[in-house]
Design a protein around this ligand. Structure first.
Ligand SMILES: [Zn+2]
Length: 485
């Protein structure tokens, strides 16, 4: 069971390390053996559950990645192997002495035991990953997990510093994805009056703007691209969002230049003191982490997970060094992964107390790049080149004259054997000549990404349509129209 958050955030580093070591022992000996996937892996690799006594021992465990986890057409049931599934035989073998004593000597009837097991392990709720490359992967939550989800939601809003007097609006798209539900439970647990709008596709942006004004919303939880779209409309309509104090962003990277653009729009709707807080979430980790202020890292939950960074060879990096985020569950049920390679590249983890809030929990530095967004282009027929599409986001948001944009990768002449082309559809901000914006975009793409893009002029309205701002769950910022080969 997780600890009291007020206590966790004051523990010293040795205390947190000891806590995590204890959790590793407990989780690996008494919970993880209920996972069919990890039982098979331990068997294959000749590993013993009792070999895992500290977080350092985790280095001996082979990584898990999307390859093992994601369902395929041939093996649609793969994710089920990652759900903890105790049966009578396994419980006798792996339950703690305390748990066994309760069953054997306690006053519990068979039905009581059954009910307790269901409460802890039976999958009740599902989220899906939103990968473009693999089939969507389900992640299940038991009742125990739903408590943990609520608890982590509450922790997020505690770190963010919301008061229960604040009024919230959840503008995440209503869907079986982590974002909407974490915001939903978090606002509930934190005791805020809140509207779960379901986002633009469900409630519509007009009604969301009406609600922001009428409910005097202080806390808006939303996706960055959609927020920008919403604020731009609000400016046009002369809305008054002066009660807004916080925006919590999820699902996408938030660059400093993007924050600035959002702040500019906020000033135009009379919201002059808004803190923009970003979160880092992972469907596989079943929760999200948040900043306590605009420049601090994502505050982790060391009593529920262990997060390490590894280099390209899979070796754990030294404290503060950059690397790929590797996640190990220490207190979840339902679908569980350990030593999971997220594919996300972080600049480092800080272990000293947070300079802003003093909480002692480790923090992942904010600028995280999602490796899954890198794609291979063949800009010339002979030389393949790896282009990090992630960089398009900060570049486009740093160009002041750009209002909206979309990137398309396509084949020249629509011929599958021809060269790849990158087309940037761009609309200019009102009053800015398109020629100047085009020039800026071309220069930046060339200098920062070594890409020659074809820059096309569009109206903002047309781009909003193409991006699916009001119709899609997630905006279509980058589209790949190359034929599949
Ligand atoms: Zn802090």
């Amino acid at each position: 069971m997780y600890l009291d958050w007020r206590k966790v955030v004051t523990m010293s580093r040795p205390e947190l390390q000891e806590l995590q070591n204890r959790k590793v022992r407990w989780f690996f000996q008494h919970k993880l053996p209920y996972s069919p996937y990890y039982r098979a892996l331990f068997g294959r690799e000749g590993l013993r559950w009792s070999d895992f006594k500290t977080t350092d021992d985790l280095r001996r465990l082979p990584f898990t990645s999307k390859v093992e986890l994601a369902p395929t057409v041939e093996e649609p049931a793969k994710p089920r192997q990652f759900i903890l599934q105790p049966d009578e035989h396994l419980i006798k073998k792996f339950a703690t002495k305390g748990e066994l004593a309760k069953i054997l000597w306690g006053k519990l009837t068979k039905a009581d035991v059954q009910r307790q097991l269901e409460r802890e392990y039976k999958p009740l709720h599902l989220h899906f990953t939103t990968g473009r490359t693999a089939l969507p992967t389900p992640f299940t939550y038991s009742e125990y997990d739903l408590h943990s989800l609520r608890e982590t939601g509450r922790r997020c809003f505690n770190v963010a510093g919301f008061s229960s007097k604040n009024v919230g609006l959840n503008a995440f798209p209503y869907s079986p994805h982590l974002g909407f539900w974490l915001a939903y439970y978090g606002l509930l647990e934190a005791g805020l009056t809140a509207l779960a709008s379901g986002g633009g596709k469900i409630m519509g942006s007009q009604k969301i703007m009406d609600s922001l004004e009428r409910l005097k919303v202080n806390v808006l939880v939303a996706i960055p691209g959609y927020t920008y779209h919403l604020l731009r409309q609000a400016v046009k309509q002369g809305r008054d969002f002066s009660n807004l104090k916080y925006i919590v962003f999820g699902a996408e990277r938030v660059s400093p230049a993007f924050r600035e653009k959002v702040q500019e729009l906020l000033h135009q709707v009379k919201a002059n003191e808004v803190q923009i807080l970003a979160t880092y979430a992972s469907t596989e980790a079943k929760t999200a982490w948040i900043q306590c202020a605009e420049h601090t890292g994502y505050h982790l939950y060391p009593d529920m997970e262990f997060i390490e960074l590894v280099d390209a060879d899979g070796n754990r990096v030294a404290d503060g060094e950059p690397g790929e985020v590797v996640y190990t569950a220490l207190d979840w049920r339902g679908t569980v992964v350990v030593r999971y390679r997220t594919g996300d590249l972080a600049q480092g983890i800080d272990y000293d107390p947070c300079p802003k809030c003093g909480r002692t929990v480790p923090r992942i530095r904010t600028d995280i790049q999602r490796k899954s967004e890198m794609k291979e282009f063949h800009l010339t027929k002979v030389k393949g080149e790896l282009v990090n599409l992630n960089n398009t986001f900060p570049i486009m948001s740093s160009i002041k004259g750009v209002d909206e944009w979309q990137l398309e990768i396509r084949k020249h002449n629509n011929d599958p054997f021809d060269l790849d082309e990158i087309v940037l559809r761009v609309s200019a901000k009102p009053g800015v000549p398109f020629a100047a914006v085009k020039d800026d975009v071309e220069k930046h793409m060339h200098a920062d990404m070594q890409i020659s893009a074809i820059v096309e002029e569009h109206t903002t309205e047309d781009l909003i349509d193409r991006l699916g701002m009001e119709t899609e769950l997630k905006e279509k910022r980058v589209i790949d129209n190359r034929p599949k080969t």
